[in-house]
Design a binder for this molecule. Sequence first.
Ligand code: CAA
Length: 469
Amino acid sequence: MILAPNTAVGIDDVALHVPKLFISTLGEFAEARGIEPAKLARGIGVEKMAVPDAHEDAATMAASSVLELMKRNDLSPEEVGRIYIGTESGVDEAKAIGTYVIGMLERVYGPGSFQECSTVEFKSACIAATFALENAAYWLRVEGMEEENGEGDEEGYEDSSRRGGRVGIVVATDIARYDLNSPGEYTQGAGSVALLVKRNPRLMVLDPVMGVFTRDENDFFRPIGMKCAVVNGKYSNLCYLAAMDGAFYSYKKRVLGRGMIRLADDECTSDHLSHIIFHIPYPRMAEYAAASIFQREWRDLPRWRTIEEEMGPEPKSEDFEGQKEYLLAEGDYKRRFSKSGKFLEAYGRKVKPSTLISSVVGNIYTGSIYLGLASLLEQDLLVPGTRIGLGSYGSGCSAAFFSGVVGEGVESMAKGKFLKTLNERVEIGLADYQLLHEGEKNESVISPSGEFALVEIEGDGYRRYDFVV
Ligand code: CAA
């Protein structure tokens, strides 16, 4: 087969589902835990956390986001060739969560309607959906090349134009759960994001370049059978920053090497990214990531002089007696850099807007970065023709940095609707939150209506779902 040039493939639309319930981190919760609300609002950046009701799990949330995506794009099941699901909240050790999701969707679209759609569950902590997206994009590019080479019929499709219209759906779905009374508790949340992946997308054409970084770490994991993650909190922040740094430099090497981005003498790679969406376990983490990348990017450029005028020169290891003293001075300099005027201006413009939805939903693990994309769309900040960067992180650990160019079609897409939906949620108190967290509430706080629900777990563990009208 002679490969034709890649067709433009990427994200055409984003649909979100978050539970109707939330707990405020700033009132009763902060008081009960003995934490100053200002720490949670500013030091962590989370004001509300989504809480799944008794009838919700990662599968119901995934099915809900896919249904929303299909309805508003008027998609029929036979157009959907792949449903790839990234999750670390899987409901079964063997059965793919996507088969439950397809079962639920067929309650709406009819039995057998998705039988020609394949589904795979991707697990790689919070980076899973990004690898699912990468794979869906490969599938569409290869199909596009085969079509250009007239090889459209080997899977038995009668008409290659129908095949050309096929799309993939990538779903991120997770419940972030840590032990009650632990420092992880205020970085919980729940929700699902469904991405419509297709050729000539409206929202963002993916660049065919991804920088990656992987190494074995014990920053965060959840051994089989455990409901809450084991997390070495502060260490997980350091692993995130080291991996993001590695992935960004892998990306930079590749985009500069290919001539995709060309730098003038006083420019760096991040200058060519109008927005950068980092993985958002809590909004403040995106700020730490931005400070780390910008500090390293800017230090060789003329603009660093302004930073030095404000904060003095960076510490050099040779000026210190021991490694420990040097690391302390370096840590202090980093903290001061992240409070410098120049950094705060760049962060506020390029990164902070992506954290809006996360600040009122909390962590949704692998979908958080795509909540960031939805935040930019909802605020109408995506400008056609501009390149945006995405930095994904999964504990354990891996990071990927990639980019895409905003499509012209973004202008015709609806904006602001999801932010309104978030304002219509129902606040619950500490007692209900704790019962739901511990799985001790059998009745739903709000009875399901017009949504998918878990109705029973049978004696052998098979889960029965329904669409409750
Ligand atoms: N007003 C304003 N800020 C305040 C404050 C106040 N009154 N009191 C404290 N703060 C600030 C602190 O100064 C600190 O900010 P700086 O870093 O600028 O100093 C910030 O609040 C956080 O406070 P702590 O340093 O005391 O941190 P903590 O003990 O609350 O723990 C955490 C924070 C480690 C993130 C913890 O919540 C946790 O373990 N979360 C789960 C793990 C996690 O999310 N890790 C992220 C990386 S791993 C990943 O990304 C994958 C994933 O999704 C899980």
